[in-house]
Design a protein around this ligand. Sequence first.
Ligand code: ADP
Length: 626
Amino acid sequence: MASKKFKTEVTDLLQLIIHSLYSNREIFLRELISNASDALDKLKYLSMVDGELKDYSFDPRIDVTFSENGEKTLTIKDNGIGMDEEDLNNNLGTIASSGTKKFLESLKDEDKKDSNLIGQFGVGFYSAFMVSSKIEVVSKKAGQAQAYKWESDGKSSYTIEPAERESQGTTIILHLNEDGAMYANRYEIETLIKKYSDHIAYPIYLEYDQTNYDYENKDEKGDPKKTVEHKIEKINSSSALWRRNKSDLKDEDYKQFYKNNYYDNEDPLFYLHTKVEGATEYTTLFYIPSKAPFDMNYADYTPGVKLYVKRVYITDDDKTLLPTYLRFVRGVIDSEDLPLNVSREILQENRVMTAIRNGSVKKLLSEFKKIAENNPELYDKFISQYNRPLKEGLYGDYANREALLELVRYHSSEKEGYVSLKQYKEGMKEGQKAIYYLAGGKESVLKSSPLIEAYRKKGYEVLLLDDDIDEIVISSVYEYDKIPLKAINKAGSLDDLKEEGEKEGEKDKQPVADKIKKALGDKVKDVVISSRLTETPACVVISDDAPSVQMQRMLRQMGNDSLPEEKPMLEINPDSPIISKIGESGDDEYVSLASSVLLDQALLQEGLMPSDPVAFAKNLTRLLER
Ligand code: ADP
């Protein structure tokens, strides 16, 4: 029997689990039962779809037994899919669980020793080593003849050897250590199963010996006669919570279900339980976590919603179930109308599934809206976590654009915190023609951008779009409630602000614009007299149809090399003393230096690096020296 070493990451994880979860070690049972339930799900699914295991007949169940005399053991047995030698190696010798892997990565990233977090990740099988000095796993994969036994003390290595097992499934035998001894106890086990695994769709049986005392009949010593009865009792109610009537459920039931199933110590922000009747019948139970799932913005985030058909688990492929922008939602969709043998592949084109998906999205978005209207405080918490995914929705989910426009929030030039587009509209001044925004860069940089000056003077609010996806998203929106959205860093944007006869005398400043343009050469597209600036000598804008300088840089970083370079336009303030000085100067060197510095500092003001920072520094020094 060959002994194999755990991958080092497993050894690390084991240590970490044992130390950090110690006070919460009872969760090991939840983890093992949840694995058993998954294994039953898998086999059930395979018995329904075409393939080698189609029509495979079995009566799914989980059995828990224990021995409290002599060496204390606890055994969890399922008749699910089982594992062959390779599976045992891959699943129990390395870290198979993607959740756990991500957890370890996140530890390295931020070097947080706050291992409390680990509870959120579904630590899985290894947690059983908190209570065991040795674990044996005997498993036989459905459809195969040979069973195997995996065994380890959880220190550094494990063994795998051929073994006997009657039919398919997995038996996990925990040899309880000192910390685990208490779990070889009927009441302890019952309590844990009820607490964590009551909803598991399959029956969980507990086998135990019950001693009965017969007080009517005495034994030879005169004590009540003792008989031992072997019992097998179903412990969980295996009623899926979402199937129960709303009126029978308490807030606490919902919260407990959430915490037990989604590895969150905190209560959800809110939840919604909906039973849809009519053409398509289905039930949904959705939860919004109070904190965004830590992997929400990773490409390989963990999906949070599971599809059941008449309580049989089908898939958690969230892309079929909800649009990706709602990937932070946790919960269950249970359909009455989908065929049980629906394959995951065809689900995407299924009409019933499409109806469920559309209905679920509508329901979620209208719930968000209700909260925004009736409970602003709760909505603030919601937005602080989920503004960004909602904005993604604005970009991708055209059908729900109207609803999403009511939900997203933006920073503003005039207020702290967030405003909605509706609030913006309500605060619009008479004669204001558009919703103005400035995108790209941090809120603080945007807020002090000279581009805003002219709008502020008129009392117009400017939305500050500081999320990196804002610009892409907003450029696809065009209007809100028939009011156009306009970027204020575009050359033509000022036309809106002009009134008859305003800023007269621009004409006679044209020579200075020409002079600066000549000095800057091909570094700018044009130099024009601006009416938007009051204090700042110059600012950069872009032509109406071009992406902003920030966006261009981002697109290039993303590998869009072919993008033609769009040069900025420099707008100059005719009233600025510096501009006047350049206009009056006959010194070519001064004009050239001052013009360059003017352009570069205008870029800096928009949070952009000058194209040649070294030259900028040199020019500035020379200018100061003069
Ligand atoms: P997770 O369940 O989060 O993937 P675990 O460490 O608990 O992580 O389990 C690792 C893998 O081992 C599971 O993904 C599954 O493939 C396999 N496994 C665990 N328990 C069982 C079981 N009772 N039956 C079949 N496979 C199992």
